[in-house]
Design a protein around this ligand. Structure first.
Ligand SMILES: NC(=O)c1ccc[n+]([C@@H]2O[C@H](COP(=O)([O-])OP(=O)(O)OC[C@H]3O[C@@H](n4cnc5c(N)ncnc54)[C@H](O)[C@@H]3O)[C@@H](O)[C@H]2O)c1
Length: 432
């Protein structure tokens, strides 16, 4: 099939390359020309495992083309995916201006039937609003539809998730749209939930909010574990074997980050409020999460003593492993707090250093290392903020030989406490 994807960021690029891999002819429309130049040269502008190979092979077989023109994308295909950003504005309300702008531009170029598919995460009724925008701006008599097809991929395993989804949610208003999307996704062997657009929009927010709730829940259970001297890993594993609960998202630590969970929780609570429903549970979920960074900094202060003039090594800046994305990353809250206390930061991340440096330009109290062990030279403490595999597999004896003081505050519980203590470290995890 011929497909157009508008907005080539994390979701758009993965959608475009994966759909090309499935045999489709995909036109990628992106307003940042610089991104497209990189893509044409086979260089993904984001770090995502598996993406470079997919990009290279689908450039070679000419299934991917690029344009900055929405008009070109509208001409190219019947199916147009909208994957632009929907950032948070205030109090859980989303800024939908990018989606609206794209809709207006599509409308201006519509000459025959097109199915617009909203993949960006949007609150309920957006499909209806976008339908109205297009109707208002298109030429009379040109048929079109707007469908909702929320995306559930996780950064760090986005290509795998897109190709192996747990389910595909399709919110449509006609048999024609249902058939088009059914044909597109025919090669994906998973349940397909075909429903109304508003239900599809609701499924996305209800799902992400539930995942966030699970993380905040287990983090509070971890607080209880610390008080009573129990290891949260035992508790989480005892809970997770119950298939009604499940093992995923029972990892404790310094809270959820990323561009989605926090935004989606606040949006869903705000949507509920608009309907006269006080979703207290979600407000509490977010409050617990906000509290994680503060609790962690307190733990660092207790473990390392006064931080003024101390050298603190930080492993991990991205909000999760296998991504360069730092949006809402705990590192963004924790590192400024440590600096306020007078600490000198030596930071290392396998992929996110450039993004982090952009967030803190010209800062003398943070230095960035290109070697993870070099970060430890002369350090008074090590903080683990992201659970990259290379940190899990680190040479513990070598770590110890480099550090000035052998203190590890592990915000992701990647090390076994007994082993680390046995090696002579003062080791602090979360809920252990
Ligand atoms: N990142 C995730 O893990 C994830 C997962 C599921 C859903 N989502 C949702 O998907 C949407 C996109 O998220 P993202 O992380 O990919 O965002 P992003 O910021 O990485 O990408 C958005 C892209 O759209 C481009 N864009 C904006 N306006 C445009 C226009 N008029 N024409 C062409 N291109 C335009 C931007 O330049 C950018 O490259 C959001 O609604 C997000 O909530 C994200």
């Amino acid at each position: 099939m011929k497909i157009t994807v508008i907005g080539i960021g994390y979701v758009g690029l993965v959608t475009a390359t994966c759909l090309a891999e499935m045999g489709n002819q995909v036109c990628c429309v992106e307003k940042e020309a610089g991104k497209l130049e990189k893509l044409k040269a086979g260089i993904p502008p984001i770090y995502e495992p598996g993406l470079p190979d997919l990009l290279t092979s689908n450039l070679a077989n000419q299934r991917l083309t690029f344009s900055t023109s929405i008009g070109h994308g509208v001409k190219h295909s019947h199916l147009i995916f909208i994957c632009v950003g929907t950032p948070e504005r205030d109090n859980g309300r989303l800024d939908l201006s990018q989606v609206e702008e794209v809709a207006r531009k599509i409308a201006a170029d519509l000459t025959e039937y097109r199915l617009l598919v909203i993949k960006s995460t949007v609150p309920i009724i957006t499909q209806k609003q976008i339908t109205t925008v297009i109707r208002r701006h298109k030429k009379k008599g040109v048929p079109f539809e707007v469908a909702s097809n929320p995306e559930f991929l996780r950064e760090g395993s986005a290509v795998y998730d897109f190709m192996n989804p747990d389910r595909i949610v399709i919110g449509v208003t006609s048999t024609r749209a249902r058939k088009l999307l059914g044909e597109l996704y025919a090669g994906f062997n998973c349940p397909k939930v075909v429903t109304t657009p508003i239900a599809a929009e609701l499924i996305k927010h209800a799902s992400n909010s539930f995942l966030a709730l699970k993380i905040s829940y287990i983090n509070v259970v971890a607080d209880i574990c610390e008080k009573v001297g129990v290891d949260i890993k035992d508790v989480a594993s005892g809970m997770g074997y119950d298939h009604r609960i499940g093992r995923d998202f029972l990892e404790t630590g310094i809270g959820y980050g990323g561009s989605c969970l926090s935004k989606d929780v606040k949006t869903f609570a705000s949507v509920a409020q608009g309907l006269g429903i006080d979703f207290k549970l979600l407000r509490e979920t977010e409050a617990v999460n906000q509290d994680r960074a503060i609790r962690f900094v307190d733990k660092v202060k207790k473990a390392a003593g006064t931080l003024s003039g101390k050298t603190i090594a930080v492993w991990g800046l991205s909000f999760k492993p296998d991504t360069d994305d730092i949006r809402e990353a705990p590192s963004l809250k924790i590192i400024p707090e440590l600096r306020k206390e007078g600490a000198k930061i030596k930071a290392y991340d396998p992929a996110a250093t450039a993004s982090f440096r952009r967030a803190f330009p010209k800062n003398e109290s943070i230095t960035y290392q290109s070697d993870m062990y070099q970060t430890l030279a002369g350090a008074d403490a090590l903080l683990v903020l992201t659970e990259w595999d290379r940190f899990k597999n680190a040479d513990i004896k070598h770590m110890k030989s480099l550090m000035k003081t052998h203190v590890i505050i592990d915000g992701r519980n990647i090390y076994p406490p007994d082993t680390m203590r046995g090696e002579g470290f003062q080791y602090y995890g979360v809920g252990r």
